[in-house]
Design a protein around this ligand. Structure first.
Ligand SMILES: Cc1cc2nc3c(=O)[nH]c(=O)nc-3n(C[C@H](O)[C@H](O)[C@H](O)COP(=O)(O)O)c2cc1C
Length: 180
């Protein structure tokens, strides 16, 4: 027997991988948004896509600055991930409220990265497309770094407790590494 799932809820049947915190900045504003919807798109050049609701403040900042940073949180940051996914940066400085530390990026000039995250990917925007109520931001990854104790070839899934969003208030985390 299978349970019927409404088309609106059916995205929850798909995993888009680990949750990310995307930073953006324009003029005197900087922001953090929690995202589950993202995907790698190409090896050569290295491209990634992130999907953000049109109405979110982050969409506005990224379109204006033409850049963003994908920061990879782990289980230790769960509370901050939920906070940055609930509050709009229009009226709140999420770095300050969530006590996350903005650090100058290696290549990008405007957007800060989050020191507490275990990985950071600096992205330069190359395209934006609208799909329904979201925008897909496609960018080239121009610099990336990861915690050396947690990453070698790939994340060590036993040590790095990556966060996965199951929908609503539900999350899960990586447990062990399986080599096939
Ligand atoms: C776990 C989680 C995953 C989320 N994933 C997305 C996403 O993929 N795309 C999106 O537009 N919003 C997503 N959201 C909602 C935004 O993070 C939220 O609306 C945020 O407050 C928007 O912030 P901003 O207006 O400062 O950009 C997610 C929220 C949570 C808690």
């Amino acid at each position: 027997m299978k349970l019927e799932v409404s088309p609106q809820s059916s995205t929850r049947l798909l995993s888009s991988g680990n949750v990310i915190l995307v930073t953006s900045a324009y003029k005197d504003k900087k922001n953090i948004v929690t995202l589950a919807w993202k995907t790698p798109l190409s090896h050569k050049p290295p491209l990634a896509g992130i999907c953000i609701a049109k109405t979110h403040f982050s969409s506005e900042l990224i379109e204006k600055s033409q850049e963003f940073i994908i920061n990879v949180p782990d289980l230790n940051l769960l509370e901050k991930v939920v906070f940055c996914g609930k509050v709009s940066g229009r009226d709140t400085d999420k770095f300050q409220e969530a006590k996350l530390t903005p650090i100058k990026a290696k290549r990008l000039i405007k957007t800060p990265l989050i020191a507490e995250c275990i990985g950071n990917l600096e992205c330069s925007l190359i395209d934006v497309r609208e799909f329904g109520d979201h925008k897909l931001f496609v960018a080239e990854i121009i610099y990336a770094q990861a915690e050396e104790e947690l990453f070698s070839e790939t994340w060590n899934a036993g040590k790095a407790k990556l966060l996965y969003h199951l929908g609503g208030k539900f999350f899960t985390t990586s447990e062990k590494m399986i080599e096939a």
